[in-house]
Design a protein around this ligand. Structure first.
Ligand SMILES: [Zn+2]
Length: 101
């Protein structure tokens, strides 16, 4: 478990990593999605976060039709045109159940 302060929103973020390889150059480079923004984090062998940078540009090429972000209090579904639909997490669970069923 590693913690760091998000350089974009200032909140403390906890990340759980399963690292079994030696880091390249002594530090593990990790791209973290925190809510709707991205942070690049460097973690040493002891699991201590050494640096955290905001990722200013994040582009997904060939984006999926829908991307789902799940937060503590809500879920957001973003379609391919960038429209955001906010739903209750339990509503989303119902939809997923229907799709899976
Ligand atoms: Zn943040």
């Amino acid at each position: 478990m590693a913690t760091f302060r998000c350089p974009i929103c200032g909140r403390e973020v906890k990340i759980e990593l399963r690292i079994d390889k030696e880091p390249v150059g002594g530090l593990h480079e990790v791209l973290v999605q925190h809510e709707s923004h991205y942070v690049k984090v460097y973690i040493d062998r002891q699991g201590v976060v050494r640096r955290a940078f905001p990722v200013e540009h994040f582009t997904s090429v060939d984006p999926p039709l829908y991307t789902v972000y799940i937060f503590e209090d809500r879920a957001e579904i973003v379609d391919g045109r960038g429209h955001v639909y906010v739903v209750e997490p339990n509503q989303l669970a119902e939809v997923v159940k229907k799709l899976a069923g």
